[in-house]
Write a protein that binds this ligand. Structure first.
Ligand SMILES: [Zn+2]
Length: 283
């Protein structure tokens, strides 16, 4: 997971921009009445996210069907996102684009691999309509990550996936890879939590890793990466190969990228350095 600076956007201003062209007048009036609730919810959201407590926002969930005193409030609010922010040409589309641009080098911060071409609601809008257009709740993401998360929302501290705007675990190398040797050579990626991490954080990182299927995603990249390496290493002495692999591992600024984890594992596996690199590596 790759941290991002939180968007420099005011939640109330974003909301009022999105509803500025709402029609008919009755709908607009109702959306205007909700402005205070939206601002309060955004405030609560930011405080909860900063203390890894998004599971404590259950009171912001939508009203159960049939008990909504103002009919269709939930739908009106989720529509603020789909029709008034995400839709091309809509009044909020510039804000949508600005949020997308927050992705570092266009990469999805949830997996660090895919192209960030959508916005993911950290707390899903279908369950939390008041947070439909809250900037801090909108994270640039790739399609696969957005889809993998779906409508999932945390019921406990441990169930929270990492939030790129509020969580930063880059001070510790938590992603590792392991090589398996013949008869079935392969690479497995896994989480190595810091022993001093509090239990909820350890569980959250693991949950994030599982939720976005990162083991599978990263393993699928290995074949192509190693095929190119095979020719390059052929015939080089043992020590030179180790040095090359270590250099490559160190060349990644993000120590928790799958490439850095892969090269660390290769350098530390004598079988690979001796002759394993000559193997065919399936995806
Ligand atoms: Zn992704």
């Amino acid at each position: 997971m790759w941290p991002l600076p939180p968007p420099d956007l005011d939640a109330r201003t974003v909301y009022t921009t999105c509803i500025s062209k709402a029609r008919p007048a009755k709908v607009k009036q109702r959306l205007q009445e909700l402005e205070g609730d939206i601002a309060t919810a955004a405030d609560e959201y930011e405080k909860a996210a900063a203390s890894a407590a998004l599971h404590n926002l259950q009171h912001l969930r939508k009203l159960p069907d049939g008990n909504d005193p103002n009919k269709n409030d939930n739908k009106k609010l989720t529509g603020c996102y789909t029709s008034r922010m995400a839709r091309k040409g809509s009044v909020g589309r510039d804000i949508y684009n600005q949020l997308l641009k927050g992705a570092r080098r266009g990469r999805c911060p949830l997996c660090g691999h895919g192209f960030a071409n959508t916005l993911d609601h950290q707390l899903p809008k279908e369950k939390y309509p008041l947070l439909s257009v809250t900037p801090a709740n909108l994270v640039p993401a790739c399609m696969a990550c957005n889809h993998a998360k779906g409508e999932a929302s945390p019921a406990s501290a441990e169930e929270q996936t990492l939030h790129p705007y509020f969580d930063d675990v880059t001070d510790h190398v938590w992603l590792a890879a392991r090589l398996t040797v013949p008869p079935e050579p392969g690479v497995t990626f896994f989480v190595t939590p810091h022993p001093d991490w509090p239990t909820p954080l350890t569980e959250r990182v693991q949950r994030h890793f599982d939720m976005f299927k990162l083991a599978k995603l990263y393993a699928a990249q290995v074949g192509t990466e190693l095929a190119a390496l095979n020719d390059y290493l052929r015939g080089k002495p043992y020590r030179a190969i180790v040095a090359e692999l270590q250099d490559r591992a160190a060349s990644y600024g993000n120590r928790n990228s799958w490439q850095a984890a892969l090269y660390r594992a290769l350098a530390a596996t004598p079988w690979y350095v001796k002759s394993g690199y000559l193997n065919e590596w399936d995806d």
